[in-house]
Design a protein around this ligand. Structure first.
Ligand SMILES: [Mn+2]
Length: 166
């Protein structure tokens, strides 16, 4: 099953539209939105037919009713989804991986840093970067992940064409 992961759109719903229009997004069964900002996750859930699993970001507190952590079960994988600021991800993903392990997850998905991260391992750690305000490129990014039972996820980082959003 193919899932899409996006984060840190910071109000730029046009970047989300560009993501959905990207050929790589064809056939996505489910989206994960890793926070910042909650209204964009809501927008995404309205403009797609697919389920959008969402968490709150640091810029969403205390106005959002979204949780800080969601656990998703997809194709035999258990995914720990969080924005990341509560786990110190700007310094290290060690605490994030520990929290994911404690939940029995094999994937940990975060955002917040605006820097893409695809690190396979006992806990596969994934960050789609920022779709609108990337810090690792001039172009916003999202992740396409293929999940198959009993196999390591296959991850593909997709960058939007054109100038970065604002
Ligand atoms: Mn953030």
């Amino acid at each position: 099953m193919k899932i899409g992961i996006v984060s840190d759109s910071h109000g730029n719903t046009g970047a989300l539209d560009a993501m959905l229009a990207h050929p790589a997004a064809d056939g996505v069964s489910c989206w994960l939105f890793a926070g910042d900002i909650a209204g964009d996750g809501e927008y995404l859930s309205m403009v797609t037919r697919q389920t959008v699993i969402r968490v709150a970001g640091n810029n969403d507190w205390p106005y959002s009713s979204l949780q800080d952590v969601e656990i998703a079960e997809i194709e035999g994988h258990r995914i720990f989804l969080t924005h990341g600021h509560l786990f110190g991800v700007s310094f290290s993903t060690a605490a994030l991986q520990e929290a994911a392990r404690a939940e029995g997850a094999d994937l940990a998905v975060y955002g917040h840093t605006h820097v893409a991260d695809c690190s396979p391992g006992e806990i596969t750690v994934l960050n789609p970067g920022s779709i609108a305000r990337p810090r690792d490129s001039a172009r916003g990014s999202f992740l396409i992940v293929s999940l198959m039972p009993d196999q390591q996820p296959e991850c593909r980082l997709i960058r939007l064409s054109g100038a970065k959003g604002c």
